[in-house]
Write a protein that binds this ligand. Structure first.
Ligand code: ADP
Ligand code: MG
Ligand code: MG
Length: 919
């Protein structure tokens, strides 16, 4: 006969069946309880029912595997032996807690039930044993309160009306008792009062739920166990799993553990603590405790908890008693244990403990949650303490945690007590406060007057650029994570919330309506762009200055030491370039030449560009280009200078020309005059530029082929700027990038032009050479498929994954709002492919392109300059394909750097271990 499967794992005394690495089977809580027993810490005995039982329970329509009952009975016997008490016994009763625990901690799962096994008979035994009737009645009323709520109501799927839940009704009874006996709080209720309350509770449970409270200890135990399994498929748990991407199949374990009592009087207590301060990362024991309390009293916030020691006191808790002072001996032991635990787990831990009559018990430990700054600080400290390796220090900080160090944030304390007035998509992280303005001009104006403003728009477009720049933050009612506002804000590291659907923005009357209340121009609001929350009024801000933060700098240095992938930035102004250099960028991966026609000081060049666009003959066009040339050259030179010694990739003009043709009649008239043509003629020419599908129209390399003089002017500007810098003893390194290529022949055509200009400039400046590369953007599927041919001409590839995604899916990026949300809701697509690179489809094309390209040119430089270049998962993917660099907006540079370091570490961890040959 096959050996029956082990379903129950005992822990207690000096031995445990399980250990820390068995989280999948025992859940996080069960595995760590076992581990604490194994390393000799005081843990009340108990046993864990495996997650496999949960799976079997669901597979078999709520029936347990048949061997479970016997295994539980046996484990319970062992627990009874260890604790010297018997479950359900009238003279010497053992009480237990029933605790849920999945692999990952899951708020929203079932609450724990304490004091299971207590009834009117066993309580008499416990009273005799402890000589503390008050404590026993208090425990019993707590059991009824928890059990009826968690097991009889929630797990049974009963959804009571607001305020009608059994817990609330029982709490009302408790309150009535407090009033009746004229005391201040429940802790002052006498034993007799609590005994009376137990009977009132039982009656109420029957009345509310139509069933009596189970008195039988075994019935209580199995009821609680079943409730834990049921709770795995409760509404809250399911929705939490959806958000966090936890598979349904994991299941939860159940730990049944002997009760220890923190509510036996003033020499008893309970508490939670962290081995280091989780908010700052500082290396001192941090925590809270309550005397004469049980279980969740500390976290529930019913009573204000006390600081655990003197060092973690603050101005609000200074007057409260610390455990360190109140129970110095127990505190010392607890302090020693938390050190043992941290050294053992080599990480900051979150621990739960209870003191029963001066004796300390450990009830839980797990790796503690921490915020971004704390996470960086701890990683650096633990590395210094030689507790962890450099790689571990880097892998422990998540990209979104590092992000927290880069943006000012709303003061979390203030946020905690304020309710958001609206919610949207978290497009630009960080926090901001300011006065509402409704258009770009007002934003600029108010900013000039020294005001801080938040630009509120239905949605933004390129004409809002100046206002967006001037604003502290941007809020739009429409648009998605890749909308114009979102892209721009992310590029600047600006706080931004888009698609806040409840907001009705009326730019005419300058009002923002949310539900039935209205905000006007000048009213203050606050945004949390990391969460997507909008608040009324100005909440206090906490500033971030990463470049002045020594922790940040030290941590980035670690990343730089580990990663192989280079990090560049997308930037087109000397200021952005300088910022990115400060953050560690090793070049510019995308400089869009057209940027100089938007925003500040763009008037003159834009006018000249427009003149060029509506020119009809080559002669007219060349004249306009000649006028434009000095502006373009200056612009390019500024950035090359800041990036001295590092590569700068200049993309030649990309957008379709009609985008630049003015719509306003007065602007059109002015242009017509300067070209000496009539208004009709002007309109005719503008009309001719119209395209049905401009994204796939006359743009990119196609412009350079139809109007070679445009390419010529741009590359001349690039080479002359470089030549001038060489004369100033600088080291410019331009890379010329041709966009929207689909065939090698396009490049051959442009290459000839570029080469001609290159030679002319070298001659003009009497230079033998100017260091440069000529390459192409890969953003059309055909370019990927014919990459071997293209690499015959191009020195480098840079993947434009925005367009490549657009072309591969056949989705117009600017029009996805109408259908993509539905796709994602219905899981037709796992996520927005413009946000997170689609490795299966788009990534496949990239892989093909890399392989084909490098088969022809071994040292082909390969990068990415699409939005995905700063997205951690996509960065890892690029690393796996053997890219030379990724390029992203300046504020994403540290994130990309961290992601690249993670990629290198993970690659090493997954690499097959070298087998040492035996002699
Ligand atoms: P959660 O997963 O919500 O933290 P726990 O299972 O840790 O739930 O239990 C909630 C509270 O009850 C914790 O404060 C814990 O310390 C306490 N508790 C759980 N089991 C026992 C026990 N056997 N004796 C005393 N207190 C317990
Ligand atoms: Mg807990
Ligand atoms: Mg493109």
């Amino acid at each position: 006969m096959a050996k029956e499967q082990k379903r129950v794992y005992y822990f207690g005394g000096k031995k445990a069946d399980g250990q820390a690495n068995m989280k999948n089977l025992l859940g996080g809580k069960g595995a760590n309880l076992a581990e604490m027993v194994n390393i000799g810490l005081p843990v009340p005995a108990g046993f864990t029912i495996t997650t496999e039982v949960c799976a079997a329970y669901y597979d078999n329509k709520g029936r347990y595997p048949k061997e479970l009952t016997t295994q539980v009975t046996e484990a319970l016997k062992e627990v009874e032996k260890e604790m010297g008490a018997k479950f359900g016994d009238k003279d010497n009763p053992l009480l237990v807690s029933v605790r849920s625990g999945a692999r990952a901690s899951m708020p929203g799962m079932m609450d724990t039930v304490l004091n299971v096994g207590l009834n009117n008979i066993t309580r008499e035994g416990l009273i005799k044993k402890t000589k503390n009737p008050r404590f026993v009645y208090d425990s019993q009323r707590r059991l009824i309160q928890m059990y009826s709520d968690v097991v009889m109501e929630k797990a049974a799927g009963i959804e009571p009306a607001e305020g009608k839940g059994v817990r609330q009704q029982l709490e009302k009874e408790l309150h009535n008792m407090i009033v009746k006996y004229g005391v201040k709080s429940e802790t002052e209720l006498s034993a007799d009062a609590l005994k009376e309350l137990v009977e009132i509770y039982k009656k109420k449970v029957k009345e509310v739920l139509g069933k009596p409270f189970p008195e039988d200890a075994m019935e209580q135990l199995w009821g609680a166990v079943a409730a834990v399994f049921q709770s795995w498929n409760g509404k809250r748990a399911i929705s939490y799993r959806r958000i966090e991407g936890i598979p349904d199949a994991w299941g939860t374990a159940v730990s049944v553990q002997s009760m220890v009592f923190g509510n036996m009087g003033d020499s008893s207590a309970t508490g939670v603590a962290f081995t280091r301060n989780p908010a700052t990362g500082e290396n001192y024991f941090y925590g809270e405790w309550l005397p004469n309390a049980q279980g969740e009293d500390v976290v529930a916030g019913i009573r204000t908890p006390n600081p655990i020691n003197e060092i973690c006191k603050n101005e609000h808790t200074r007057h409260l008693p610390s455990l360190e002072k109140r129970m110095p001996v127990v505190y010392k032991e607890l302090h020693k244990i938390q050190r043992i635990l941290e050294t053992h787990y080599r990480d900051m831990l979150d621990i739960e403990f209870t003191i029963q009559d001066k004796k300390l018990y450990m009830l839980q430990c797990r790796v503690g949650k921490r915020n971004g700054p704390a996470s960086v600080r701890m990683a650096l400290d633990m590395l210094k303490e030689k507790l962890i390796t450099k790689e571990e220090a880097v892998i422990r900080v998540q990209p979104n945690q590092l992000d927290e160090l880069l943006h000012p944030i709303l003061d979390p304390k203030a946020e905690l007590i304020t309710k958001p007035i609206a919610k949207g998509l978290p497009a630009g992280p960080g926090g901001a406060t300011g006065q509402i303005v409704f258009n770009s001009a007002d934003a600029v104006e108010w900013k000039k007057k020294g005001k801080q403003v938040i630009l509120v728009r239905e949605e933004t477009n390129p004409e809002d650029i100046e206002g967006m720049r001037a604003a502290e933050a941007i809020l739009t009612a429409r648009g998605g994570m890749t909308s114009h506002a979102a892209l721009v804000a992310r590029g600047w590291g600006k706080c931004c919330i888009v698609g806040a659907g409840e907001c009705e923005v009326d730019a005419l009357t300058k009002t923002l309506k949310i539900g039935n209340f209205t905000l006007k121009e000048g009213d203050f609001i606050s945004l949390n762009g990391t969460k997507g929350n909008v608040y009324q009024n100005a909440l206090p801000l906490k500033k971030a200055e990463p470049e002045k933060n020594p922790d940040f700098k030290a941590f980035m240095k670690l990343c730089d030491e580990i990663r192989v992938l280079k990090i560049r930035t997308n930037a087109e102004t000397p200021e952005d370039a300088a910022k990115a250099r400060l953050f560690g960028a090793e070049g510019i991966g995308l400089f869009r030449t057209e940027h100089m026609f938007y925003g500040l000081n763009a008037e003159k060049p834009l006018f000249l560009l427009r003149k060029m666009i509506v020119s009809k003959t080559e002669e007219e066009r060349r004249a306009a280009l000649n006028e434009l040339f000095p502006f373009v050259k200056e612009d390019i030179k500024g950035t090359l200078k800041v990036m001295d010694g590092l590569p700068v990739t200049f993309r030649t003009l990309d957008p379709p020309l009609h985008e630049f043709v003015p719509k306003k009649p007065e602007e059109r008239a002015k242009l017509a005059r300067s070209l000496a043509i009539s208004a009709e003629e002007f309109n005719k020419r503008a009309e001719a530029l119209h395209e049905n599908n401009p994204m796939m129209g006359h743009r990119g390399v196609r412009l350079g082929i139809t109007y070679p003089e445009i390419t010529e002017m741009q590359v001349r500007a690039i080479f002359e700027a470089s030549a001038e810098l060489l004369k100033e003893n600088k080291k410019p390194f331009p890379e010329i990038m041709i966009p929207v290529t689909c065939a090698d022949t396009e490049l051959i055509n442009q290459y000839a032009l570029i080469d001609k200009v290159y030679k002319e400039v070298c001659d003009k400046f009497r230079l033998k050479s100017i260091k440069h590369l000529i390459g192409t953007m890969i953003e059309i599927p055909r370019a990927c498929i014919t990459a071997d041919k293209i690499a015959g001409v191009a020195h480098f590839f840079s993947f434009g994954t925005n367009d490549l995604t657009q072309m591969t899916y056949g989705f117009s990026r600017d029009d996805t709002a109408t259908f993509l949300p539905k796709y994602i809701d219905n899981k037709i697509l796992p996520e927005d492919p413009f946000n997170i690179l689609d490795q299966e489809g788009v990534g496949f094309l990239m892989k093909v392109a890399v392989e084909k390209g490098r088969s022809v040119r071994k040292d082909l430089k390969i990068g990415i300059c699409g939005e995905h270049g700063g997205e951690p998962l996509s960065v890892e993917f690029c690393n796996s394909l053997g890219f030379s660099y990724v390029s992203c907006s300046p504020f994403r540079v540290p994130i990309a750097s961290l992601a690249a370091a993670h990629a290198t570490i993970k690659e090493k961890m997954n690499a097959p271990k070298k087998v040492v040959a035996k002699k």
